[in-house]
Design a protein around this ligand. Structure first.
Ligand code: ATP
Length: 520
């Protein structure tokens, strides 16, 4: 990771801790690797993100309903889903640094470097040729680019074959042939590549002999598949329809070094959309576009998102892509969109002996539906929002502002932990009582932060740092004419507003309804 990116991630981690967003789990015992707790502000932000997703899925689509399935499931579920046999990551250790890596990630990173080289050649040529530059032509004809591209294609092919056949020797050979160095020790002293199953297991039942090995679910999707008929029948759902779910998932990740990007306990927001076989590609396209719009409506910058098509398809998919986000570590997967065919339902039919089919009245036929899945990591979304919103700004001397720089968290107002801070200018002359009564009045509409300590400038700074979109200040004039100063977090502009007009004014920009309506 480049130094600048590394620094930005470090800043995000320390800000998240200092302002009550994220703490290392069981920190008094020195933490637990790749497990984190959400603090008082983090829990609010996380709940607001969930609500944005849940309402978009289940309220704005009349053919999608939500469920909440248990984390523990019958162990055969994971046989049927393929997780017992195939939910493995290939791992490799560097003998000098003693660091462990995912072999496929090392290889993908090497491919990424070759892609960067092509991008650099293109950039250089674009500068040289100016307006007359034809990028497609250049990529097709330039010998150096062609050579890189050939190597990329060959590597992708070899990676795909090795992964799908579980050939770990071929993975090791790829690492050798690509001359991959350990980023820490700089050496090529690698162990063999081994498969590692990512599921956590435990035992259910009080008597050792009767105890059954069960798993903590590694994805929420299977809870939806096993309930497909329950929901379809009781909800009288007609295909196409979706089932959504938010919940915890657990993976014993091999490498867990990127804060909440890759955790061992995390939360997923998944939706399985059941469609008629043969229509899945249309729906796959539809959900790709729809999910991208949902992300972009957050206003984190359209250029920070891109699609990445999968070349190595999972055993259950006939098409798959990621929506990647420009994290402090670079572009990485934020959400997966997968066309899962009828793999899961058919497999559950086979293992359970129960039919999981839909009767189509129009064609008078029974069939096993195909599935298009959208699956986004709640914690990764949280990180995308936090890392993109954390800014250090230089200030021109603004009235009522403290110092000449500030740290501001410009999170989308609808997701902010507090929507408004109510601040009496001084704690006397009845200003504090007036402020408390205003806060009490606003509380049924918004989460309010009341604070009377320190200078107003310092209080603004604290609110900026946790992303509160508005501050109102109660001063002596308030007592005379029932107006307050309303300060905007992003512009720092202040205006005089009647107390009676506050609710409407603030609602306009902090409501989730507004955010949902802006998805276009
Ligand atoms: P990766 O390739 O990064 O391991 P994946 O392709 O295995 O991810 P999926 O199984 O498609 O991920 O899971 C769907 C989503 O769940 C991902 O897009 C990601 O946002 C989230 N996710 C997966 N694993 C983790 C994890 N260990 N920590 C946090 N979020 C995760």
């Amino acid at each position: 990771m480049a130094n600048e990116q590394d620094n930005q991630l470090k800043k995000v981690i320390s800000h998240a801790k200092e302002y009550g967003f994220i703490f290392p789990s069981s920190e008094i015992y020195d933490g637990l690797s790749a497990v984190y707790d959400y603090g008082q502000n983090g829990a609010e932000l996380k709940n607001n993100i969930k609500e944005y997703w849940w309402k978009f899925m289940t309220q704005m689509h009349d053919n999608i309903v939500g469920i909440d399935a248990a984390i523990f499931m019958h162990p055969t579920t994971w046989k049927a889903s393929g997780h017992v046999d195939a939910f493995n990551d290939p791992m490799v250790d560097n003998k000098d640094s003693k660091k462990r890596y995912r072999a496929d990630v090392l290889i993908e990173d090497a491919i990424g470097k070759m892609e960067e080289k092509i991008a650099k050649e293109v950039e250089k040529a674009a500068k040289r040729f100016g307006e007359s530059f034809d990028k497609d032509m250049f990529v097709k004809t330039n010998p150096r680019v062609a050579e890189y591209q050939k190597k990329i294609d060959e590597t992708n092919d070899r990676l795909k074959t090795a992964m799908s056949s579980g050939n770990m020797e071929a993975m090791k050979q790829l690492i050798i042939d690509l001359e991959i160095n350990d980023p820490i020790s700089g050496t090529k002293n690698w162990t063999d590549v081994r498969q590692f199953n990512l599921m956590f297991s435990t035992e259910m039942g009080s008597v050792a002999d009767d105890a059954n090995k069960i798993y903590l679910r590694p994805e929420t999707a299977q809870g939806i598949f096993v309930n497909f008929l329950n929901v379809q029948k009781t909800g009288r759902m007609k295909i196409p329809f979706g089932i959504a779910q938010i919940g915890k998932a657990f993976r014993n990740e091999i490498v867990a070094r990127q804060f909440i990007f890759r955790m061992r306990e995390f939360e997923q927001m998944e939706m399985q959309f059941f469609v008629k076989p043969g229509t899945e590609m249309e729906w796959y396209e539809h959900w790709k576009q729809t999910r991208m719009k949902w992300h972009k409506a957050l206003g984190l910058g359209n250029d920070n998102y891109r699609f990445h098509d999968h070349l190595n398809l999972a055993h259950y998919a006939n098409a798959a892509c990621d929506i990647q986000f420009n994290f402090p570590m670079g572009f990485k997967e934020l959400e997966g969109i997968h066309s899962r065919t009828d793999f899961d339902l058919k497999s559950h039919e086979k293992f359970s002996g129960k039919k999981l089919q839909y009767f189509d009245v129009e064609s008078n036929q029974n069939y096993v539906p195909y599935v298009v899945e959208t699956s986004v990591g709640l914690d990764r979304l949280f990180l995308s929002i936090l890392s993109n919103s954390l800014k250090e700004e230089k200030l021109a001397s603004a009235e009522g502002e403290e110092g000449n720089e500030r740290v501001v968290l410009s999170i989308p107002p609808a997701l902010a932990p507090y929507k408004i801070a109510v601040l009496p200018l001084v704690k006397k002359d009845g200003l504090d009582e007036k402020a408390k009564s205003i806060a009490d009045d606003l509380r049924s509409s918004f989460r309010c932060y009341y604070e009377e300590k320190d200078t107003i400038g310092k209080r603004y700074r604290r609110m900026d740092a946790i992303g509160t979109p508005y501050c109102i200040t109660i001063d002596h004039q308030t007592l005379q004419d029932n107006t307050v100063t309303l300060r905007d977090r992003d512009t720092m502009k202040q205006e005089r507003v009647a107390i009676a007009a506050l609710k409407d004014k603030v609602s306009e920009s902090v409501s989730l309804t507004g955010l949902l309506q802006s998805i276009k």
